[in-house]
Design a protein around this ligand. Sequence first.
Ligand SMILES: Nc1ncnc2c1ncn2[C@@H]1O[C@H](COP(=O)(O)OP(=O)(O)O)[C@@H](O)[C@H]1O
Ligand SMILES: [Mg+2]
Length: 138
Amino acid sequence: MNDGPGVPAAPARGGLAVELADVRFTYPGRTRPALDGVSLRIKDGSTVALVGPSGAGKTTVASLLLRFWDPQSGVIRLFGHDLREYQLDELRKRIALVRAGHLSLQRHATRANVMLARPTRTTPRWGSPSSARRCTIS
Ligand SMILES: Nc1ncnc2c1ncn2[C@@H]1O[C@H](COP(=O)(O)OP(=O)(O)O)[C@@H](O)[C@H]1O
Ligand SMILES: [Mg+2]
């Protein structure tokens, strides 16, 4: 996976945080696409849950956001910048993926869960266990 040149330190806030535009992705060795023409627009500051049956492609969307894979066609943007413009470590500082089964939802564990992704953070950005629950997407 190639590093991008980098984006300005503080990409413009307030608009679209995440955008998938006609994304198609097929896993290596598969013939059927896991995602086929997926478009999605998530505004900065909003909380969104992707809901669907097993195999629908939810985890694949999360994996593409972290650039574990790149789509074969279509574009994914974060704050207006193609993911491929970001340096990988910058991108992965901005996006956290907590896999189902690894997330402990007890009240006192919220901080620990946030700290997993942001060890330098002393106060969780999400104020309550219920908001952490809503952030689970895989
Ligand atoms: N690592 C992988 N290699 C090949 N196919 C995969 C892999 N991960 C997922 N898939 C396939 O991609 C499709 C979407 O899976 P996934 O994103 O895991 O769905 P969900 O998270 O919604 O259950 C499914 O058909 C699944 O079998
Ligand atoms: Mg999944």
